[in-house]
Design a protein around this ligand. Sequence first.
Ligand SMILES: O=C(O)CCC(=O)C(=O)O
Length: 282
Amino acid sequence: MNAPMTVQALPPPAKDVEEGLAHIREHGLCVMTGVLSGPTLERAREALYRAAAHDRARGRERKFSLDYGHDESNQRVWNVLSRDPVFEDMAEHPTALAFVRAVIGWPALLGNISANITGPGGGEMVLHADQIFVPEPWSAEPQGMNVAWLLDDFTEANGATRIVPGSHKLNRAPRPDEGEVATVPLEAPAGSIVVFESRVWHKTGFNRTQDQRRAGVFAWYTKPIYRAQENWFLSLDPAIRTFASEDMLVLLGYKADGLGLVYGASPVPWTTPPPSLLESGQ
Ligand SMILES: O=C(O)CCC(=O)C(=O)O
């Protein structure tokens, strides 16, 4: 199937999870505004920019392999989970997990939660779908999804993520000669989440401003058969595992079912049978 010649409009902000799920089915993504606000939004923003400044000052910045075309004005901030508890709250936010359960099922893994900050003059990312690690042909279901947390207003000018709405229906990654297909900027206010399933084509936009940085925190979830992008067993602050909620233990792979076992059993025992066993009636 060919990429669309004309680009679809973005859906309006969804008023609840149910409407958001309908938008994801139709467009591959949904936007919900006001999920973070007031002091929580401020705390997340402050914690992220503090971590970014720390990484830069200590020479700990690392680019991502897909950041082809990026320059020094863009900054990735990895492993935000270990940087401030506010990111734990975001990774297991009830609204985010309601989308995760409905779109990819449960148990799911948190593959990563990291940030991408565009800076003045920052270049575009290569157009991609997030499940490019999955060999084609793809099955008819998304294998992962992102909940992107907008910590600044996302505008066309400051490098808002650019999307090809409906491209999930092509059920394949963009080909090298499709990098220039028409995209729309995902404009939304700080505090919004954008939930997009893993087959939607997208990229970071150009930041054409003189003085604006644009921070997005991308929480990436997958079905539990995929290896996490961040190796939590090596990089996670141990306090997070020690005090983790049930959901967080599942997301990080410490409560496992079928894969990721230790001597045939979940590293942390399940208190109730895991959902997949319940579904299969065992
Ligand atoms: O920064 C953005 O707007 C998008 C980032 C992205 O697509 C990615 O990290 O895969």
